[in-house]
Design a protein around this ligand. Structure first.
Ligand SMILES: [Zn+2]
Length: 307
C-alpha cells in the first residue's frame, strides 16, 4: 500500500490529536489555491492604493486648475488696465509730437515686430489641451505686444526730450533782441545806394541810428569771434551764436568784450559810434545764418525787458 502524507494536529488545551490523511493532489490543489488567493489579494490591494492616490492627485490638479483659471482672469484684467494706460501714453506722445512739429509714430511702426508668443510655449499649450490654453496664449501675445509698445514709447519720449532740450537751447542762441533801444532804421536790409560810395550796393544788415555812446547789447547767448578794427566797419564785433547764427556790429565807439569771450543775451558789448565809413552815429547790425546774410528785422521780438 502506498503511504500517504499524514498531517497531525494536536490541540494544546485538550492534548487531543487529530490526523489528516493528505493526497499529493490535495496538497498541490491547496498550494495552487493559496497562490491564486494571495495573487488576487495583492492585485486588488495595489489597485485600491493606486486608485486612491490617483484620485487624490486628480482632485489636487482640479484645485490647481481652478486656481490657475482665477489667476488667469486676474492677469487678463491687469493686461486690460495696462492696455488703456499705454493707449493714453501713446495719445500724449502724438499730442506732444504735434506741438513740436514732429511726425506722429505711424501705427504700422507700432505693430512691426509683433511675432506673437514664444513658439515653444504655443506648441506646449496646444499639445497640453488645456481648457484655457487659448486664453493663455492670447494673453501671452498681448503681453508681448505691450512690452514692445512700452519699449517704443520709451525711445520716443527720449527723442521728444532731446528735441525740447535742443529747441530750448537754440532759442537762447537766436538773435531775438534789437541790439540798441530807441533807435530808428536809417537804412534797411537789401539793395540800396551806398551813402558814401554813391552806388548800388547790397546792404547785408540794417543801420540803427541812435546817439553816440548808446550801449549795444548781445541779442542772444554766444561767443565773441572778433572784436577790433575791421576796415570800413571801424570798431567791429562779431558773435557766434551756435546752431549756425552769427551777428556783427560796425562803427562802434567802444568795445567792451574780447575775442573768445562768452556773452549772455542782454550783456553790454560796446557803444554806438561812427568809426570807419560812417556819416553819422549809428550801428550797422548784421545777422547771418550759415554765412548767409538775413534781414535782422525778421528776428526781433517785442521784448524790452533786457534793456
Ligand atoms: Zn550799414
Amino acid at each position: 500500500m502506498k503511504k500517504k502524507p499524514l498531517l497531525i494536529y494536536m490541540n494544546p488545551k485538550t492534548s487531543g490529536v487529530k490526523e489528516f490523511h493528505l493526497s499529493i493532489s490535495k496538497i498541490v490543489l491547496m498550494v495552487v489555491l493559496s497562490i491564486l488567493f494571495i495573487a488576487f489579494a495583492l492585485k486588488y490591494s495595489v489597485d485600491f492604493i493606486v486608485d486612491f492616490s490617483q484620485n487624490s492627485k486628480i482632485s489636487n490638479l482640479k484645485k490647481e486648475n481652478d486656481l490657475l483659471k482665477t489667476e488667469l482672469k486676474g492677469i487678463a484684467e491687469q493686461i486690460t488696465t495696462l492696455r488703456s494706460s499705454i493707449d493714453h501714453i501713446e495719445q500724449r506722445d502724438d499730442q506732444i509730437r504735434t506741438m513740436l512739429d514732429l511726425p506722429a509714430i505711424n501705427s504700422d511702426v507700432r505693430q512691426v515686430g509683433i511675432g506673437g508668443a514664444d513658439p515653444d510655449v504655443s506648441s506646449l499649450l496646444s499639445s497640453a489641451e488645456l481648457s484655457f490654453g487659448g486664453e493663455l496664449f492670447d494673453n501671452l501675445n498681448l503681453l508681448k505686444k505691450l512690452e514692445r509698445e512700452i519699449r517704443l514709447e520709451k525711445e520716443s519720449y527720449q527723442k521728444l526730450l532731446t528735441t525740447v532740450e535742443r529747441r530750448q537751447d537754440s532759442l537762447r542762441y537766436l538773435p531775438a533782441l534789437k541790439p540798441v533801444r530807441n533807435a530808428y532804421i536809417s537804412s534797411p536790409f537789401g539793395n540800396r545806394i551806398h551813402p558814401i560810395r554813391k552806388r548800388l550796393h547790397f546792404h547785408k544788415g540794417i543801420d540803427l541810428a541812435t546817439n553816440r555812446g548808446t550801449p549795444i547789447i548781445a541779442p542772444a547767448d554766444g561767443t565773441i569771434v572778433m572784436a577790433g578794427r575791421n576796415a570800413g566797419y571801424g570798431l567791429y564785433i562779431s558773435i557766434d551764436h551756435k546752431y549756425g547764427y552769427e551777428t556783427s556790429y560796425g562803427h562802434l565807439r567802444k568795445i567792451y568784450v574780447r575775442k573768445g569771450q562768452r556773452v549772455k543775451r542782454g550783456d553790454k558789448i560796446g557803444e554806438v559810434g561812427s568809426t570807419g565809413l560812417a556819416t553819422s552815429s549809428h550801428l550797422h547790425y548784421e545777422v547771418r545764418f550759415d554765412g548767409k546774410p538775413l534781414n535782422p528785422m525778421d528776428f526781433f521780438l517785442d521784448d524790452e525787458s533786457h534793456y
